[in-house]
Design a protein. Structure first.
Length: 196
């Protein structure tokens, strides 16, 4: 069975570079046979603020948690806002605390590819470090490659959403390849185990 790779990332701006970057990495995984699902900026903006003291969940919150529960790998993308993860992305990751009592806790045993877009290299680096720290805390395996894209050096994507920079396109493709490859090497896809 083909692995399921879940993407999380985007901003409130439709077609943001962070959302398109996550989609590009997912497309690379799809070319190798993965199934993918992406929770972009519009979806993330629909999520209420995570409140651990309130157990009730919206349909959107349940959908995100259940899809990540089934995931064999993930791609997470965030803009670098003032050197850190955006509130939208962090809120979605905080919601995944709902996976704490699973037999496979949080991102346990799964590769997580990380993408950061920012208008400057400093924010790219600090945000990538912050995302890696979150993935480690959630028991995931950050891929060897973390992609940072400096939007301050010119447009990264065309009007049709294609990556306009050959180096960036190659890095995003490699990121998708790494997540997919790890998912295949780690054994039976999670969704196949849970369906059995």
């Amino acid at each position: 069975m083909s692995p399921l790779i879940v993407g999380i990332g985007g901003t409130t701006r439709p077609g943001s570079s962070s959302e398109l970057a996550v989609r590009a990495a997912l497309a690379a995984a799809e070319r190798h046979g993965a199934r993918t699902t992406h929770f972009g900026g519009a979806f993330l903006a629909s999520l209420p603020h995570y409140a651990p003291e309130r157990p009730e969940r919206t349909e959107e919150q349940r959908r995100l948690v259940e899809t990540v529960r089934q995931a064999d790998g993930l791609v997470i993308g965030s803009p670098g806002y003032h050197g850190g993860i955006s509130g939208l992305v962090k809120n979605a990751l905080d919601l995944l605390e709902d996976l704490r009592d699973d037999s496979r806790v949080y991102f346990d045993g799964r590769a997580v590819g990380l993408v950061v877009t920012a208008a400057g290299w400093q924010a790219c680096g600090t945000t990538l470090t912050a995302l890696r720290n979150v993935v480690h805390a959630m028991r995931g395996w950050p891929t060897p490659l973390g992609v940072t894209l400096n939007s301050g050096q010119g447009p990264l994507f065309s009007a049709t959403g294609e990556c306009a920079d050959a180096t960036a396109a190659a890095q995003l493709a490699l990121l998708g390849d790494q997540v997919h490859g790890f998912a295949l090497r780690s054994g039976t896809p999670v969704h196949a185990i849970q369906a059995a």
